[in-house]
Design a protein around this ligand. Structure first.
Ligand code: AMP
Ligand code: MG
Length: 288
């Protein structure tokens, strides 16, 4: 059954529906909505499983092209979102289905002393994916214009300059055959409250709970404003933002999987042609 709404002009229904365009207003997007998908939770879960082989297959092709075809092509998926927005689940349920050798996941935490002694992109550059791989950032350089802006961790003149620095940085990545796919998981404050409550109810989730997360809720409007600014100011044609409604976890996972798939399909990857004579090798093998 066709649950994914195909658009007429392109084969990229999720990218078309979730792409941040001129005039986008974050607070106008319903976090419970399911753009480009008509099904319910069970359909969404089924669609996710249906496509996991394709995602692994495309990553393998990406890797093969880097080994056999000298391609430098790689993909960087940047995932941002408020606490409990589902970043961890995305790593397990979407990225986790790809060959572990093909993905490089980095979760960016509060910077260490050493990291703070360098420019903010220093620790980011060290974690860029190698050719043939899918790099995934669970939080990213955007924290340096989000939490840093909300809490004035550096003077305003300093974080204000970072939008342009980030645009230059990302353009450099794109010029160097890195596809940059940026995703914001958009949850509502009420949903976050529920999820934090559930963490407190379950001893097996207490490790994920941080009392500071409750204090951060007081800054919700400032965070939304900081996200809006990042979406507005760092949304180039070559490294666009996608905002994924994330109050329904199953939808967010499906949407990010589909964004990756749509992207990888569009690369039109080819298996590299053998640099040996296949017939000759068959004969040699038969003689052994
Ligand atoms: P979590 O993703 O829940 O494990 O939390 C990671 C924490 O590190 C979050 O509170 C982030 O806001 C914080 N963090 C990540 N990057 C930075 C940064 N550049 N500056 C300050 N805090 C950061
Ligand atoms: Mg946290």
């Amino acid at each position: 059954m066709a649950k994914i709404k195909r658009t007429i002009e392109t084969d990229r229904p999720f990218a078309d529906a979730l792409r941040v365009r001129e005039g986008f207003v974050l607070s106008d997007l319903d976090p419970r909505s399911t753009p480009a998908f008509t099904g319910k939770k069970d359909d969404g879960k089924a669609a996710l499983l249906e496509h996991d082989d394709e995602l692994s297959g495309l990553q393998e092709k990406l890797y093969a092209a880097s080994v056999g075809g000298n391609s430098r092509r790689r993909v960087l998926l940047v995932v941002q979102g408020m606490d409990t927005s589902g970043k961890g689940g995305l790593m397990r349920h979407v990225v986790g289905l790809v060959d572990p050798q093909g993905v490089q996941i980095t979760a960016f935490k509060k910077p260490t002393e050493e990291e703070l002694s360098h420019p903010f992109l220093w620790r980011i550059r060290k974690r860029l994916p190698e050719p043939g791989k899918i790099g995934v950032f669970d939080r990213s350089h955007y924290e340096d214009v989000l939490v840093v802006r909300v809490h004035d961790l550096v003077p305003p003149q300093q974080w204000a300059r970072r939008y342009a620095t980030i645009n230059d940085f990302e353009q450099g990545l794109v010029d160097d055959e890195t596809s940059v796919v940026k995703v914001m998981l958009h949850i509502s404050s009420a949903e976050q409250k529920d999820r934090l409550g559930r963490r407190l109810d379950r001893p097996d989730k207490h490790w994920k709970f941080n009392p500071g997360d409750i204090d951060e809720r007081e800054h919700w409007p400032a965070y939304q404003e900081a996200y809006q600014a990042a979406l507005d100011r760092c949304n180039s044609e070559s490294a666009p933002w996608f905002v994924v409604p994330a109050d329904r976890k199953w939808y967010a996972r499906l949407a990010v999987q589909q964004l990756l798939l749509e992207h990888l399909r569009a690369l039109d990857l080819q298996w590299p042609v053998a640099d040996f004579d296949v017939q000759e090798q068959k004969k040699r093998l038969a003689r052994t």
